[in-house]
Design a binder for this molecule. Sequence first.
Ligand code: UGA
Length: 472
Amino acid sequence: MSSQSVKIAVVGSGYVGLVAAVCFAEMGHEVICVDNDERKVAALQGGDTLIHENSLPELLERYRNTKVRFMTDLAEATRESEAIFIAVGTPQSETGDADLSYVEAVACEIARSLTTYKVIVEKSTVPVYTNEWVRRSMERNGVAHHLFDVVSNPEFLREGTAVADFLHPDRIVVGADSDRAAAVLNRIYLPLTSGEYYERDGFIAGGCSVQEPPPLLLTSTKSAEIIKHASNAFLALKISFINAVSNLCEATDANVEQVARGMGLDSRIGPKFLRPGIGYGGSCFPKDVAAFRSVAEQLGIDFNLLTEVEKINTHQKKRFINKVRSALWTLRGKRLGVLGLAFKGDTDDIRESPAIDIVEMLLGEGCSIAAFDPAATVRTEEVLPSGPNLRYVNDAYTAADDADALLILTDWPEFAKLDLKRLYKGLRYPIVIDGRNLYDPHVMAEEGFTYLSVGRPAANPVRDLTAVATSR
Ligand code: UGA
């Protein structure tokens, strides 16, 4: 079967919506991306990608105002499309539940302009039963049940590699309770599932190929909703597990990298998401673990395991502060260089960033900080303005300059390739406390650093420090 173009509307131009819109165009579909924020729409029409994401500027340039049109008019987008993907925010409410008011508002608005059959697709991460609520809202707004189906098609992309993840997914999950709706989703994803996309000129490279195209897993709508939450919760659990193991390693002088490697070689466990650090962050894991826990609670299911996952995650940041204290004795008045503010490398996203939590805790302890991030400074300044104790600087070496210690808080690849001799000369004391295990402790000791990392024995300088101090 050859691929056909499908008319698609994507509602919401955040990470998931914008990436889905340009990737659907790249797959050959005609896309309208709707957002109620006029300024965002104007910016996207003008070619501003709004987010820092590999391959996004190229794709946006290729399809902007042709195969991807941006507009604020959801009614028009609904009328013109066969499938409408809802990709609006589902923020965390005070109780930990996902706040579904944006999803509901979009469903009601779609209902008002719907006259022919449409497939309404949940792309945002939503709790199980949301599809039923969307269906109920449509019916309450007078739409006959034969005029629509609600499908769950969760997204598994990661920030930083979002475009490649979208076009080369491990799996495509389609939760559909009707054959008609499943057929539309099958058509939309056919360029990927048939492998045809991976033979086109100039396709975006990634893990899939014509020989190994991604599988499309067809499930019930509720199963698809649970697959998304369960996957994120499981990945968060894996991170908290290795963080707890790293604490055990620290207490016994074992090395968590060796332990993680030994565990990960078991094909049932696998090596991914076993990197210890300062805890997970971002717009997904913290929110999704809380929402999944809350769904379980409402259904009377004991899922306290997730509470433990969250506890370990919070504790990991406090342990890092204690590590800084253990290296510097007291914290008040100490000058610290900080590398990294984003919640992980290769993104300018600072939502729920453990790095920012740690900076705030250190400021609270009376430290003064010079911070550098390759992409996230502007966003951080909006929530944490510079002041007498906080400066944002333009490179890693300036952050380290005359500092009592240098802290590594985000795993940007460039932070793993610093000129150690230059760093050594710039620091007031050659102390590096690495929350992301970017360096080999032996190399750091050889280069004269006191080096503390996560779950690995502390490394102390091989050279004589007194000699170093006098030679400065
Ligand atoms: C995550 C999932 O990986 C995606 O599959 C999912 O689609 C997405 O959430 C979502 O629900 O939208 P993302 O938040 O972009 O993607 O980031 P990850 O790469 O998963 O990292 C999340 C956090 O875990 C980061 O703070 C990262 O530093 C931390 N992490 C990750 C670790 O501490 N250790 C690891 O081994 C891996």
